[in-house]
Design a protein around this ligand. Sequence first.
Ligand SMILES: [Zn+2]
Length: 232
Amino acid sequence: MVHEIATYADGKILEWKWSSNSPLMPKLFWTSCYLVDQLLIDCGAPGSVEEMNAFLTSLPPDQVPTQCFLTHAHEDHVGTGSLLVDKWHIPVYAPPESIERLLQGWSYRAYRKITWGETGVIGFSANPYPGDTLSTEHYSFHILPLPGHAPDLYGLIEQDQGWAFVGDLLQPQYQQLFGRGLYNPIDPVSEDIQILRNPWRNCMNSPRESRRFRSSWHISRFIKTGKSFAFG
Ligand SMILES: [Zn+2]
């Protein structure tokens, strides 16, 4: 297994990346989680439990997560939930529509076990999001529904900082973090908006793609205006 750590925004955001290094995989498939102000955003794949435990153990006490936010219930984003809840007693917040599924846990096909771990998702008790916002000591995040990649995908937007944590919303790039001073500028979101405005291109997109672009538009609009809207 391989893992890497990177920091952004003058060290305010820490990215923890993990990948299996099975020889059966043609390349590394990374999954990321982010630690900002003792808030952990997503928690890696089931196969990363040992490395996640070592990472948490290595943190100074004032940086250990006090809460975890899951963007969506795919195995590469929720895989160490049972470790967080049962061993570290860290409350985990998850999409309300996925609470029951997370409690049960699930297995997945063999090729995904090679990538994300043999155990499957071990069930754990998550809490529904506390409301439309989530606060840390220094930041306030808005929780926005961003369906497209997954029906239960939600993003975290820190409007004052201009940060957007968007899970796997913007495939195929798999970029998960956008904003001022970060390695991913907000421009790709703006490009999606241009495509959204092109009716010909929009017609050719699948409904799933249309939802993805609409979600991108939602983020950009929210950062600029602070106004949200309801998804139909
Ligand atoms: Zn996903």
